[in-house]
Design a binder for this molecule. Structure first.
Ligand SMILES: [Cu+2]
Length: 128
């Protein structure tokens, strides 16, 4: 079984009503994810086709979870808000290759997110 490591989940959950978890794989397998950071997302250009996070937009029901996986060989983050306007809803911190990050969403709405390392990387979660 995979071992989930809780990262600031309690603090984040208390503030925003969500849970967030960073998963560090114990071997070289890429874990399953709903949204994947594809190879070469660290280079500008992926935003031209909205493919810095795949899929760019993902829909979940209230109370649902989204899992991101870093499938690239560079560090990336999954951080709420937009570049220059970060919010405190969730932040994976630096994700190593093959690490995954899970956030549960309790409130409806459209939530933008981005990568703190690569300003062109953006995506969104639509909670219905
Ligand atoms: Cu990035």
């Amino acid at each position: 079984m995979y071992l989930w490591i809780v990262v600031v989940a309690v603090a984040v959950a208390a503030v925003a009503g969500i849970g967030a978890y960073l998963y560090v794989p114990t071997d070289n397998t890429i874990p399953d994810g709903d949204v994947v950071v594809p190879v070469k997302a660290s280079r500008p250009g992926c935003e031209e086709a909205d493919r810095c996070y795949v899929p760019y937009s993902i829909a979940v029901s209230r109370g649902g979870q989204v899992t991101w996986v870093n499938g690239d060989s560079a560090f990336h983050s999954v951080t709420s808000g937009t570049y220059g306007n970060q919010t405190d809803m969730f932040d994976s911190g630096y994700m190593d290759p093959y690490e995954s990050y899970m956030v549960s969403f309790d409130d409806a709405g459209t939530f933008e997110y981005f990568c703190t390392l690569h300003p062109w990387m953006a995506g969104q979660v639509v909670v219905e």
